[in-house]
Design a protein. Structure first.
Length: 310
């Protein structure tokens, strides 16, 4: 009987996928370690570290594709890598007027944000995968039926789609999805009003996305700088220091200055808000140090081009 039990136990162990067991255990550690990168103060170190980290996590996901923690890390990771680094290269190329580099980084941005969107859709489920690009009323119902349990992947899906549109403005069919992005972000904000997310930066993100959306087009073509300004200011409000009321999420003010300042041709507004960003140390919010380093990097770039912009 002892021999039979030992053989049965050995057979059960052999039949298990040791790789999946290891990955599922490791994913818990990776999830807990994720904030370490967001606290990084060295922009270049983060730039070089993130691609390798993402590909390592992606390798784990291939072993255990049902692991929700890995999908969550990859969704956020690809969206944030695209925003902080790939789009930064694209923007810098635009200011240099390097058309070949603009085209290259434009295509690369589309690719990175498509990865973010695909992982977000995996979390959202088969209905989202089938209906996200359907007729307006189908999409409207899809978004309305999505509850708080899928709030964050829905937000990243909207952010990724909005970024893909931004990098494909010459494709008329892509512009038709602007309404979808706006509906997604408004739904996320609606859910947040009842149950605010624990991470304040996540609460700010849909407002920043709407600010970008409303300031993406000239007023004559449907842009609304007043709505954009209100959205960026709301992002600042929800992330302010609870004790002092000071700015903590500097990227919101950087984008407020640049997007609204340009849209309204208000040089004073542009200059004063960017100056305020640079007067605030990136360490003001240690948990979002990398995002604040990105904000400083952009603020310096915009101010250096002030004479060209106005």
């Amino acid at each position: 009987m002892r021999l039979a039990f030992a053989l049965a136990l050995l057979a059960s162990v052999v039949s298990c996928d040791i790789g999946k067991i290891t990955v599922n255990t490791t994913s818990k550690v990776l999830e807990r370690a994720q904030p370490g990168l967001q606290q990084e103060s060295d922009y270049e170190m983060a730039r070089q570290a993130i691609p390798g980290a993402l590909k390592t996590v992606e390798g784990f996901w291939i072993v255990a594709p049902e692991n929700k923690r890995l999908i969550k890390i990859l969704t956020e990771g690809y969206c944030q890598y695209g925003t902080a680094f790939v789009e930064d290269d694209w923007e810098a190329a635009q200011f240099r007027k390097d058309l070949d580099a603009v085209e290259y980084h434009n295509a690369r941005s589309s690719n990175i944000f498509t990865r973010c969107l695909n992982y977000a859709l995996r979390s959202l489920g088969s209905r989202w995968q089938k209906e996200i690009f359907a007729d307006t009323e189908v999409v409207r119902k899809l978004i309305a039926d999505t509850g708080a349990g899928h709030r964050t992947p829905m937000m990243f899906a909207g952010m990724a789609l909005g970024s893909i549109i931004n990098h494909n403005l010459t494709r008329i069919e892509m512009l038709s999805y602007i309404g979808t992005v706006e509906m997604i972000m408004n739904r996320v904000i609606e859910l947040d009003a009842k149950n605010p997310p624990a991470l304040k930066q996540h609460q700010a993100m849909p407002h920043i996305a709407l600010g970008m959306l409303h300031s993406a087009r000239p007023k004559a073509l449907g842009g609304d700088p007043d709505k954009a300004k209100k959205s960026f200011e709301t992002a600042l409000e929800v992330t302010k220091d609870p004790k002092t009321g000071a700015d903590r999420f500097l990227l919101a003010r950087t984008l407020l200055a640049y997007r609204v300042g340009i849209a309204t041709n208000d040089k004073k507004f542009f200059h004063e808000h960017l100056k305020k960003v640079l007067e605030t140390p990136p360490s003001v919010w240690p948990e979002q140090r990398l995002a604040n380093e990105v904000a400083h990097r952009k603020a310096r770039r915009y101010l250096s081009k002030e004479k060209e912009l106005f």
